[in-house]
Design a protein around this ligand. Structure first.
Ligand SMILES: [Mg+2]
Length: 227
């Protein structure tokens, strides 16, 4: 060894590497396009209906034509979960991943969800070009989710390092097991208030709290790899 310490920085996907709201919108568009022909409305009108309703799928289910066609919420969910989204990787995310990689850190994704859904997001964002395939851990593939130590221990086996960081948005599951495993946990704050899950720490035990807060992923390079 040359004395260089290997760093591994793992990221949550939704509301960390990109805003999940963007995926929700493109999913609604796919559903609107798939079912507009059943209704008297255009796909654009259906999308508007979904975007402005308290619950997007309930609004569709209330349409008489949808009811007459015996279409169920499960039909919408199938289209939503399988659709190939159109997503843009935020510039800050790309900068952070490139800088960390250039300075020798290993980068990884640890995400909970279905393989099909999460893979479609990862490919649409181009994250498969920036993160090695073996470092992309999806709960359905790993066989355990972030409410257990499973995916974190899996990464430690696949990617040996001297120090691990977990960067996430969700205090329910992104920091607890990393904290117990001796990782450094970092929360990307939702300044705009547009995340899907809440970031409230008020009702959480200290083990669920992140050790560090950041407002932008580009802060990570200095934080994890100070020159
Ligand atoms: Mg998340």
């Amino acid at each position: 060894m040359n004395g260089v310490r290997k760093i591994c920085v793992a990221f949550d996907l939704d509301d960390t590497l990109f805003k999940e709201r963007e995926y929700v919108k493109t999913g609604w568009r796919a559903v609107a396009e798939a079912y507009a022909h059943v209704t008297h409305m255009t796909a654009e009108e259906l999308y508007e209906l979904m975007s402005t309703a308290p619950d997007a799928f309930d609004a569709l289910l209330a349409l008489p034509e949808i009811q007459r066609a015996h279409i169920q919420i499960a039909d919408f969910l199938t289209v939503y979960r399988a659709h190939r989204p159109t997503l843009t990787l935020p510039a800050d995310t790309e900068t952070a991943l490139r800088q960390l990689t250039e300075r020798g850190a290993a980068v990884a994704i640890i995400t909970d969800g279905r393989t099909l859904t999460q893979r479609n997001k990862i490919e649409a964002l181009g994250l498969d070009k920036l993160i090695p395939a073996e470092n992309i851990l999806i709960s359905e593939e790993v066989g355990s989710d972030k409410l257990t130590p499973g995916p974190f221990e899996c990464l430690m086996r696949r990617q040996p390092a001297d120090r691990y960081y977990m960067v996430g948005d969700n205090p329910i599951k992104d920091f607890y097991h990393p904290n117990l495993l001796g990782w450094t946990s970092i929360m990307l704050r939702d300044r705009a208030g547009i995340n899907v899950p809440s970031q409230s720490l008020d009702d959480k035990e200290p083990d669920y709290w992140p050790q560090i807060f950041i407002d932008n992923l580009t802060q990570l390079t200095e934080l994890c790899l100070p020159l």
